[in-house]
Design a protein around this ligand. Structure first.
Ligand SMILES: Nc1ncnc2c1ncn2[C@@H]1O[C@H](COP(=O)(O)OP(=O)(O)OP(=O)(O)O)[C@@H](O)[C@H]1O
Length: 253
């Protein structure tokens, strides 16, 4: 369970997050959708205990992120937008490192690594240094490392980035399984068709504020639109702008 109330985050004079409020229940996948620079990653970093809020209150599984960010990290699995890995290690060395930092018993760690490595099909890269691997393979390593301690809460920032269709399907099925187990999942994506199929509820964030929230069907009804993409463009005031740009491009080419 995640509770976010009046969350504010400033970077100097920039107010990246302007007092947002939302909850994510146990067994729920919450989609955080918004244009570039709207405050998604900043919000997710705060939920994961990576950066502190400037104001408001965030409680993750009963733990206040401002008071106890280290304990928050224990219950959260966080996948950043860009994988942050030790490039000179092999995936096996990296998973062992994560396992020891998190205090995961050796046998449990071995079993989880084996299951997830097989699921994402990266067995053949286990002995290579991470620095030489493709972006998609690094993303899979980042995902696996976030799941090794079996966290109750998953914060996934553009987690499908770089994944091939098979791995994207596997991740989707894994997330649906986690949801069944009662985990809370926050998921940001620019792929609205994906959000439509996976999220129980979505929050549309724009200029650091949540401007609409609900199930995909509720948002479609609210905006009188047929697809989540049209809802998104309408709410973020991009529909007319997109039409004007496309018109100009057609004239130019
Ligand atoms: N470390 C930082 N220092 C200064 N400004 C920052 C920092 N991190 C984020 N910002 C600013 O905060 C705002 C929100 O950024 P954020 O990365 O949260 O957006 P986002 O919705 O995740 O965007 P994208 O879809 O492009 O990943 C932007 O104006 C960004 O420039």
């Amino acid at each position: 369970m995640i509770g976010v109330e009046g969350l504010v985050r400033r970077f100097g004079s920039t107010v990246a997050v302007k007092g947002i409020t939302f909850n994510v229940n146990d067994g729920e996948i919450y989609g955080l959708l918004g244009p570039n620079g709207s405050g998604k990653s900043t919000t997710m970093k705060i939920l994961a205990g990576i950066i502190p809020p400037s104001g408001g209150r965030v409680v993750v599984n009963g733990i206040d992120v401002s008071r106890d960010p280290l304990r928050v990290k224990e219950v959260v699995g966080y996948v950043p937008e860009t994988p942050l890995l030790y490039e000179s290690l092999t995936p096996v060395e990296f998973f062992n490192f994560v396992g020891s930092v998190r205090g995961i018993p050796r046998e449990e760690l071995g079993e989880r690594v084996e299951t997830l490595v097989r699921a994402f099909g990266i067995e053949r890269y286990l002995g290579e240094t991470i620095g030489g691997l493709s972006f998609g393979t690094k993303q899979k390593i980042s995902l696996i490392s976030a799941m090794l301690h079996d966290p109750q809460v998953l914060i996934l920032d553009e987690a499908m980035n770089g994944l091939d269709p098979k791995s994207a399907r596997i991740l989707r099925e894994l997330l649906l399984g986690f949801k069944e187990e009662g985990k809370s999942i926050v998921f940001s994506t620019h792929v609205l068709a994906l959000a439509e199929t996976i999220c129980d509820r979505v929050g549309v964030i724009y200029n650091g504020e949540i401007i609409a929230e609900g199930t995909v069907d509720e948002l479609k009804e609210f905006a009188h639109e047929e697809s989540l993409e049209d809802v998104f463009l309408k709410l973020t005031e991009s529909q007319e702008e997109v039409a004007a740009i496309v018109g100009a491009l057609r004239e130019a080419f």
